[in-house]
Design a protein around this ligand. Structure first.
Ligand SMILES: C[S@@+](CC[C@H](N)C(=O)[O-])C[C@H]1O[C@@H](n2cnc3c(N)ncnc32)[C@H](O)[C@@H]1O
Length: 216
């Protein structure tokens, strides 16, 4: 299985695509949260890693936001918790749990902003469909999903979509009642960042408990 601690060290090179992706995600999240100012807002981050895309944005002054970060790796979760404490963010809960099962969210109110960054490149096309199809069950009407996907499909990429895998992600969101708000595709980097807004009622199986399992 992938060493996700080592993966996070790729952020250290400021010239890397991952570092650029991080800046883009933070900017998009800041934009989304700025629009919620003054309104109680729930944020949910799936497969949150050490929370670096979310915690500094919250620390910039969004005390209307309550956040839950779900990360399965205990070490990365502990790092996120320590960072939340250091940044004085009492309304952040870091949950060491499987983000790929609905049970993990059973006690949570619907979210207004959901992050799925670094997720879709690690799951099968079937799980992508199931996961996006289940998102409306986790969201308020009009909620935003901020997601990422790498375009390149190496040998270990779980998609069977030919070409840019982010195009498949866009189609799947559209199929499940979301409207695209942003799609960022740099010419000189392989990452893509999207924001989709829930515009419609769920059309998929409303009862399934499984969302996804990482293939690596
Ligand atoms: C590619 S990293 C992305 C981390 C973070 N979202 C980011 O973009 O910086 C994927 C993360 O998902 C976590 N992960 C893998 N399977 C998971 C699961 N079923 N539930 C929760 N986290 C999971 C890994 O431990 C890893 O931290």
């Amino acid at each position: 299985m992938a060493d996700w601690n080592a993966w996070h060290r790729n952020y250290d090179d400021p010239a890397s695509g991952l570092a650029r992706r991080l800046a883009t995600v933070r900017a998009e999240l800041a934009r989304l949260l700025a629009a919620t100012e003054g309104r109680p807002t729930r944020l949910l981050s799936l497969c949150a890693g050490d929370g670096r895309d979310t915690l500094p944005v919250l620390a910039a002054g969004h005390d209307n936001v309550r956040a839950v970060l779900v990360e399965i790796d205990a070490g990365l979760g502990a790092a996120a918790r320590a960072q939340a404490s250091q940044l004085n963010l009492p309304d952040v809960e870091v949950r060491t749990a499987d983000a790929g099962v609905m049970d993990t969210y059973a006690d949570l109110p619907p979210a207004d902003v959901l992050l799925a960054c670094g997720v879709f490149g690690n799951i099968s096309d079937t799980d992508l469909e199931t996961t996006v199809g289940a998102f409306p069950r986790l969201l308020t009407p009009g909620a935003a999903v901020l997601w990422t996907r790498g375009a390149s499909t190496g040998d270990d990429d779980p998609t069977s979509h030919p070409g840019d895998a982010a195009e498949l992600v866009r189609k799947v969101f559209t199929r499940h009642g979301f409207v695209e708000e942003r799609f960022i595709r740099p010419d000189d980097a392989g990452f893509r960042v999207g924001v989709h807004r829930l515009a419609d009622v769920p059309r998929s199986d409303p009862t399934g408990r499984h969302l996804f399992r990482f293939t690596r």
